[in-house]
Design a protein. Structure first.
Length: 579
C-alpha cells in the first residue's frame, strides 16, 4: 500500500525549504539578475540555461524544458521517489513526516533500521566482552586515547572480531536478507557472503533522530588496508549528507553557539572526552553544502579545524568555496589551523580543554582566509596586480548572497585594491537577465492569465482581492482555475509558488500553472498591484456585461431582476471612462 502524506505538511515543508540552497548543494549556481543560473544538470550544454528563482521557489531549463519545485528536483537529481524526497527535505528541516493513520510504514526501511541497530548492539557487546577479557590491543588503544567508559557507551563504540562471518552467523534469520542492503556484508565469488567489518574498532553513525544508519571502522593492529573503512552508500546512508557526532551534539547541548567541524571520528571522541561537545566530523569526504546547510539550521557559527600544512590549507579552501553561497546575514564561518603534525585528538590530549579553546577563540574569519589567499597570488604594488586581484575575487564574491556580509567584503577588497567602493560594487555586481527569458513575458491581454500569473508568483497579493469579488456568471477552464487559486489562497495565505504548484501537480491544470510560473512579469511591486486591480476590474465588467445580456434577453423580468439590471446599467455608465 502506498504512503499518503498530508498536504498541509507538504505546504509547510516547502515553505521552510530554500530551493536555491538545495540546488546549490548539488550544482554550482551563480547570481544573474533576480535569478540564479547554471548549466542544466539534466542535459548537456555549454551555455547556462537552467534558472532557479528564489522568489518563486521554482526552477526551469530553457534548453530542455525540465522544471519544478524542490521536491521534483530531488526526485530527478537524487533519483528518489516522492516519499523519499519528502523525507529528505524533512530531515534537512528537522521535521518528522506524518502519515495518514490508514497507511503502513515502509517495511524495507524498517528492516534496515532494525538490522543496523542489531549490528550496533552486537559490535558494542563484542567490545565489552573483549575489554573484560583483557584483550591487549583494544584495551590499550582505548587507554592510549584516554576514552572513558561513559564516552564509549554514549557513542556506542564497538569491535568487529577478525572472523569472516561472526556478524552474519549471529544475525537472526529474519534479518539476514537485509545485511547486504545495509552494507554490512559483501558477496563472495562463490555466492556466499562475509562480514564487511573485521578486526576493527567500530564507530556507529547516527542520523539526527539517533537511529543507526551506517558504520565507520578503524583497523586495529596487524596488516591490512584501508586504515579507516566506512559503510557504502545505501538507501539510509549518504555520507555527503551525514555528520558523525551530530546526534550527540543535538542531545548534549541546548543552545548551539558554535559547531566545530573536524576530520576524524577520534577527534570528535577525544574532544567530547575533554568536555568540548559542539564537535562533528565529516565522513571521509570534503565538507558538502548539504552538511553545512544542516549545521546552519542549528547554529550561526561554524568553525572548520584543519592541519596547518599545505594539505590543510587546500582542504580549508575547498570548505571556503562550499560555504560562500550559504553566507546569509548573521552566519559566520571561521578556520582554526593546527600546528603541523597535530590533529584535534593529539592536541587536546597534550594541551587540555582550556588551551584548545583558547586556540579556538583565535580562529580566522572566512573573509580573511579568502582575501589573504587571493593576495598571495598577485603583486599589489602595481595597478595590474590589483586589477588581477579583483578579477580573482569576482567569482568568489558572486557566490555570496547579497547583504551586509557581501557589502563588507566589497569594502575590504576595495581598500586592498585601492579602488572606490561604488565603482567596485558596480563592476562586480553587473549581470544580465538570461536572454532566453526575454521571450517569456506573460500575455497581458488576458486578464484571467494575468491574475493567475500574478497570484501564482506573488501569493501575498491575495489581500488585494476583496471578499466580495466573484467570478459567478463567467465560464471557462481558466476561470475555474483562477477561482480555485483564489479560494485556496484565502484559506492558506502563507503558501508560496512552489506550494501552489504541488497542489495541482497531478492535474491537467498543473501544466498550465507551471508554464505561468516560468514566465517573467517584469513589473515593479507597485505595477504588479495596479495590473492585478486592472484585471479584477476587467473581469468584473465582463461579468456585468454577461449578466446584463442574460437579463436583457429574458422576455419577462421579476421586480428584483429589473432592479438588478438598472443597477448594472448605472454602474456601466459611471465606469464608462474606465471600461
Amino acid at each position: 500500500m502506498g504512503e499518503k502524506i498530508p498536504q498541509a505538511f507538504i505546504d509547510d515543508l516547502i515553505a521552510r525549504t530554500d530551493i536555491v540552497e538545495l540546488i546549490n548543494s548539488r550544482i554550482s549556481l551563480r547570481k544573474a539578475g533576480r535569478q540564479y543560473v547554471a548549466c542544466c544538470p539534466f542535459h548537456s550544454e555549454k551555455t547556462p540555461s537552467f534558472t532557479v528563482s528564489l522568489q518563486k521557489q521554482f526552477y526551469y531549463c530553457f534548453g530542455c524544458g525540465v522544471h519544478g519545485t524542490a521536491i521534483s528536483f530531488l526526485m530527478a537529481f537524487d533519483h528518489l521517489n516522492f516519499v523519499e524526497a519528502i523525507e529528505e527535505l524533512a530531515q534537512q528541516a528537522g521535521m518528522v513526516v506524518p502519515r495518514e493513520s490508514n497507511q503502513l510504514p515502509d517495511t524495507s526501511h524498517r528492516k534496515l533500521y532494525e538490522v543496523l541497530s542489531f549490528a550496533a548492539d552486537f559490535y558494542h557487546q563484542q567490545l565489552k566482552v573483549n575489554v573484560n577479557q583483557n584483550q591487549g590491543r583494544i584495551k590499550a588503544y582505548l587507554r592510549e586515547r584516554g576514552l572513558s567508559r561513559s564516552i564509549v557507551a554514549e557513542f556506542k563504540l564497538g569491535f568487529a572480531p577478525s572472523r569472516w562471518d561472526i556478524l552474519l552467523s549471529n544475525t537472526q534469520l529474519s534479518l539476514r536478507p537485509y545485511l547486504k542492503e545495509a552494507g554490512l556484508v559483501i558477496d563472495r565469488d562463490s555466492g556466499h557472503c562475509y562480514d564487511r567489518f573485521r578486526g576493527r574498532l567500530i564507530f556507529p553513525i547516527h542520523d539526527y533522530r539517533g537511529q543507526v544508519i551506517g558504520f565507520g571502522g578503524r583497523l586495529l593492529g596487524g596488516e591490512g588496508s584501508p586504515k579507516y573503512l566506512n559503510s557504502p552508500e545505501t538507501s539510509l546512508f549518504h555520507k555527503r549528507r551525514e555528520l558523525y557526532g551530530l546526534y550527540q551534539v543535538r542531545k548534549s547541548i541546548r543552545n548551539y553557539e558554535k559547531i566545530l567541524v573536524v576530520e576524524g571520528y577520534m577527534d570528535v571522541l577525544s574532544l567530547a572526552q575533554h568536555k568540548i561537545r559542539y564537535v562533528v566530523a565529516t565522513l571521509g569526504t570534503a565538507t558538502t553544502s548539504e552538511q553545512l546547510t544542516r549545521l546552519f539550521q542549528m547554529t550561526s557559527q561554524v568553525i572548520f579545524c584543519f592541519d596547518g600544512d599545505r594539505a590543510g590549507q587546500e582542504a580549508a579552501w575547498r570548505a571556503l568555496e562550499t560555504a560562500l553561497p550559504l553566507l546569509k546575514q548573521g552566519r559566520q564561518v571561521q578556520f582554526m589551523f593546527l600546528p603541523t603534525g597535530e590533529d584535534p585528538d593529539t592536541l587536546i590530549r597534550a594541551e587540555g580543554q582550556v588551551a584548545f579553546e583558547s586556540r579556538l577563540e583565535k580562529a580566522v574569519p572566512l573573509s580573511e582566509v579568502l582575501l589573504n589567499g587571493l593576495q598571495r597570488k598577485v603583486k599589489l604594488d602595481n595597478i595590474d596586480g590589483r586589477v588581477h586581484l579583483i578579477e580573482l575575487a569576482r567569482p568568489f564574491i558572486a557566490k555570496i548572497p547579497s547583504g551586509v556580509y557581501q557589502d563588507m567584503l566589497f569594502s575590504r577588497l576595495a581598500e586592498i585594491a585601492q579602488i572606490g567602493q561604488v565603482s567596485l560594487a558596480r563592476y562586480l555586481r553587473k549581470s544580465e537577465i538570461p536572454r532566453q527569458q526575454l521571450n517569456c513575458a506573460i500575455d497581458m491581454d488576458s486578464p484571467v492569465q494575468k491574475m493567475i500569473a500574478i497570484l501564482l508568483q506573488h501569493p501575498n497579493l491575495i489581500h488585494i482581492i476583496e471578499d466580495s469579488f466573484s467570478l459567478q456568471g463567467l465560464k471557462g477552464v481558466e476561470l475555474q482555475l483562477l477561482q480555485s487559486l483564489i479560494t485556496l489562497l484565502r484559506s492558506n495565505p502563507y503558501l508560496n509558488t512552489a506550494s501552489l504548484l504541488e497542489h495541482w501537480k497531478e492535474s491537467k491544470m498543473g501544466q498550465q500553472l507551471r508554464q505561468l510560473a516560468i514566465r517573467e512579469l517584469f513589473l515593479t511591486d507597485n505595477d504588479m498591484i495596479l495590473e492585478l486591480k486592472a484585471a479584477i476590474a476587467c473581469l468584473q465588467a465582463q461579468a456585468a456585461d454577461d449578466r446584463m445580456e442574460v437579463l436583457s434577453n429574458r422576455p419577462v423580468l421579476t421586480a428584483e431582476e429589473q432592479q438588478e439590471l438598472l443597477i448594472l446599467l448605472a454602474a456601466k455608465q459611471s465606469n464608462k471612462h474606465i471600461l
